[in-house]
Design a protein around this ligand. Sequence first.
Ligand code: ADP
Ligand code: MG
Length: 487
Amino acid sequence: MVEVKNFVQGETGEWEVIIGLEVHAQVASQSKLFSGASAKFGGEPNSQVSLVDAGMPGMLPVINQYCVEQAVRTGLALGAEINLVSIFDRKNYFYPDLPQGYQISQYSDPIVGRGDLLVEVDSGYTRKIGITRLHLEQDAGKSMHDQHPNKTFVDLNRSGIALMEIVTEPDLRSAEEAGAFMAKLRAILRYVGTCDGNMEEGSMRCDANVSVRRPGEPYGTRCEIKNLNSIRFLMRAIDYESGRQVRLIEAGGSIDQETRLFNPDLGETKSMRSKEDSHDYRYFPDPDLLPLRLDSDWVAGLRERLPELPDAKAERFVKHYELTEYDAGVLTSETERATYFEEVAKGRDSKQVANWVIGELLGRLNREGISIERSKVGAAGFGKLLDLISQGVVSNSLAKKVLDEMFSTGEEAAVIVERKGFSQVSDEKQIEKYVQKVLDENLEKVEEFKNGKDKLLGFFVGQVMKLTGGKANPQMVNKILRDLLSK
Ligand code: ADP
Ligand code: MG
């Protein structure tokens, strides 16, 4: 791994931006962390609230084993230590959307300890980012201020939903690195299926801690930007905030440790409150919950049954399918993509398949904002299109038009080729006629070619393809052109 110096230039010299993230990932579970109420997104307000979630007196929390299992599986996927004993604490604070008056969280003894994540940054380097811990906690409800002119409503559907809070070391050095980290973390969570990673629905969101320092100096005072719900906002917030801090310090000011909010419309962060210290929360072990003890064989079993993870899969794709690291990275960034590729590649030329999936299919999917699982072009149908190319039935360029059509109608490639009359002309006699016609119409150029202007071959090929509406087999056109021109 290379040493990367990611400094930003201020008025008075260079600065280094230091970032640590706290990511909240909702456990993909049907029920909540301590109750059996539904954790489904989008229900009528307060329709998924048990007495425990509403903080009714005398209600006792009961730990959801499935959620514990997902936290452990996530920890294993992050190569992190699993703590066989962990403790649930009460984090006390008072807010209308928190009916218990405390949040059950983990403080001194989280379920998952130190781990690492390898992050490939677009600028072309890889960094290892330390994971400090992962702990389980409950989500709070939601205050709704926009329903009534002078009342605030509270929706407790989210109250008690299981979250994994994943905290990083202050190892990130730029908005780009932070964005790449989030994308990689989301990919891993989706691979193991412990969180759907859907940032729009709030199942994954993050707080960014940002400070700046002169290269080589100790860390500066940080600000925490709360509740960023897209990777783009995270990156913009970091860029704005680090710029603000640099300007402030350079103007002779100093940074107050505080909690800030990012306003995406203005592209600015603004102060929300001064940062509370952990003693403000008066943490103490929740007397309603015993320490959580895990069986080491059970953990070992979960480790064994973990699916192949993105890094391992990418490495296998490079070796087995002889792909470049870049292509392997693109194809393994989502488990559905990787599966799709492998299905199409079965018995076909893997490099051709990779080129078509990345260059043609993903391009079209991105443009339409459709995920590969929802594509009308399934792996089997896509494979058949590639077969038509390798069998010489349809040219590369017409195959792209066929794909456009398949993409919007979901029809089979062969049906479209037939209907549109896209079949490639591979009849030698017929192609010869076209070639002869082009040569007859361009006698001057033929002369120039014969006098050594080799580049004109491309011109002739182009003319023949134009004449045949792109249907002539290009290899044959080339060969016949050379034959006729050398006469
Ligand atoms: P808290 O829970 O009060 O926010 P933590 O000590 O758990 O505090 O740190 C939270 C996050 O802040 C971590 O991701 C950590 O990496 C990050 N962090 C700590 N110090 C700095 C700093 N000087 N600059 C940027 N990030 C920091
Ligand atoms: Mg924090």
